[in-house]
Design a protein around this ligand. Structure first.
Ligand SMILES: Cc1cc2nc3c(=O)[nH]c(=O)nc-3n(C[C@H](O)[C@H](O)[C@H](O)COP(=O)(O)OP(=O)(O)OC[C@H]3O[C@@H](n4cnc5c(N)ncnc54)[C@H](O)[C@@H]3O)c2cc1C
Length: 466
């Protein structure tokens, strides 16, 4: 048994590291320990570097429109290192009938573009009159109901791009809770959004809309989690290679059993993906509505080509399921950020698998590479053979917020209400993106500090740059 601590954090991915960073910078006297199962931190955030090519095993970047993420970058000095790809300069495509269709960047421009017939555009306005759907509809059912079926391929591409998911399974209440609330409260999404804009304008709180930028780092996304790990003292503040097997309450707070022994603390923070949290939480609150949620797994096939191959401008493209293609889409990595390929070369990353096609992940690397290249060659102009290729297989699945997920959240919220000294965040709990993780991890750290009465140092707020 080690010294009794103020806080134990379980999970050394971005969520756990953000909690540790916030505790360390805001309350230097607060004694915490971050316990991580694998031999390195970062969790899903991992970068692959080989022969001058830089590719991502996990996330490719995050938008710079989240105040908590901007603050984290400013506090760590990463704001001076970050590289940005502004959305307004980088188009995205949806592959329709085998061709790349450029997707305009705003809903108004999408409606004006000749992507769908005028009758389908008028049907979108049906949202103003149509009654909200009862129950827990899937994304596909909800979009078809509110805006008409013509928008389905675009919605499919969006949810393939974010969740690698199946919009016939994802629940609208879980993936877009704010929009669903607008629909329920105002009877229409369009009316609800218009009213919100009008209220903001009237109260003077309306901000000029600026298109955000995708953010990463010259050496890849792993720089973010490496930088957050740097200040942690090994052995005292950070234990690696140390899976937690059980948690329980005791009279002074929490007892955590790990592969390296027993640890105790006054407060406990779980910063784990939903499916890694549930077995631990099951030990303290058995009436769980589910023991796991579905996950989508992907593989990334990375291709490097010489100067004779040219990528179209933009971020890349996504393919809706109705196109029946081998890959989910392709990211034009060397367009997005500098230094991703040797001078004069290009690199792009093609995504395979996802919620609908887990069977494709069982293919060996050579077969997957061949099929991905055949697929991409039908869309991009790629003379000659690739100079570089590799298959990256992330160790993390992407949590799928499907039907029944709402019940799990209600159960979690009740558990947190009954246990004020417990916090839960991490991959899938409050969304799935980097910004969601940082935002909820900062909230967790603030809750811990407010409860512990630790002396909170006023965080230095540096300028925010767009
Ligand atoms: C393939 C892929 C692509 C993505 N692309 C994007 C993107 O482009 N943009 C974006 O914003 N987001 C993206 N994401 C999501 C983003 O990566 C996650 O939101 C974020 O990394 C989750 O961080 P986390 O710390 O909550 O969880 P994780 O990164 O999963 O970290 C959890 C940590 O807990 C550890 N752990 C698990 N069980 C235990 C245990 N029992 N004891 C101790 N430690 C344990 C794990 O080893 C892991 O290190 C992507 C994710 C994936 C998988």
């Amino acid at each position: 048994m080690t010294e009794h601590l103020d806080t134990i954090i379980i999970g050394g991915g971005l969520s756990g590291l953000t909690i540790a960073h916030t505790l360390k910078t805001q309350a230097p006297g607060h004694r915490f320990l971050l316990i991580e199962k694998s031999m390195h931190t970062g969790g899903a955030v991992q970068t692959h570097r080989d022969q001058g090519y830089v590719a991502e095993i996990g996330p490719h970047g995050f938008l710079d429109n989240c105040p908590e993420s901007r603050q984290l970058l400013a506090e760590t000095g990463l704001d001076r290192e970050s590289v940005k790809a502004p959305l307004k300069h980088f188009v995205r495509y949806v592959c329709l009938d085998g061709k790349l269709c450029c997707i305009p960047q705003s809903p108004r421009k999408i409606l004006m573009a000749p992507l769908i017939p005028w009758t389908a555009k008028l049907r979108v306005l049906g949202d103003l009159w149509i009654r909200p759907l009862e129950g827990e509809p899937t994304v596909a059912k909800w979009i078809a109901h509110r805006f008409g079926p013509a928008l389905l391929p675009f919605a499919d591409a969006v949810f393939t791009g974010t969740y690698a998911g199946d919009y016939n399974e994802l629940a609208i209440d879980s993936v877009m809770p704010g929009i669903r609330l607008l629909e329920k409260e105002q009877g229409s999404v369009i009316r609800g959004l218009a009213r919100k804009m009008w209220q903001a304008k009237r109260s003077g709180s309306a901000k000029k809309f600026t298109m955000p930028a995708m953010t990463s780092f010259p050496s890849g996304m792993c720089r973010l989690t490496e930088r957050l790990t740097e200040p942690l003292v090994p052995g005292t503040e950070l234990l690696l290679g140390c899976g937690v097997t059980a948690i329980s309450r005791n009279e002074t707070g929490w007892q955590v059993i790990s592969e390296q022994g027993t640890h105790t603390a006054t407060t406990l923070a779980l910063a784990l993906p939903v499916n890694a949290s549930l077995p631990l939480l099951g030990g303290i609150a058995p009436a769980m509505p589910a023991t796991s949620i579905p996950e989508a797994w992907i593989a990334t096939v990375v291709f490097g080509f010489g100067p004779n191959a040219v990528l179209p401008p933009g971020f890349g493209y996504l393919t809706p399921e109705c196109e029946k293609r081998f890959s989910l889409g392709t990211l034009f990595s060397s367009n997005m950020f500098p230094g991703r390929a040797p001078n004069g070369h290009i690199v792009f990353e093609t995504l395979v698998g996802g919620r609908r096609h887990p069977e494709r992940l069982a293919l060996d690397d050579a077969t997957m590479t061949r099929l991905a290249l055949e697929d991409v060659r039908e869309i991009l102009n790629l003379p000659g053979a690739p100079l570089f290729s590799t298959v990256l297989r992330p160790a993390s699945g992407i949590p799928q917020l499907e039907r029944g997920y709402g019940k799990l959240l209600t159960w979690r919220d009740q558990l947190l209400q009954d246990s004020p000294d417990l916090s839960i965040c991490g991959f899938g709990w409050e969304g799935i993106g980097i910004n969601d993780m940082i935002k909820s991890a900062v909230k967790v750290a603030e809750k811990i500090l407010n409860a512990s009465g630790s002396q909170i140092r006023q965080a230095e707020i540096k300028g925010v740059y767009f």
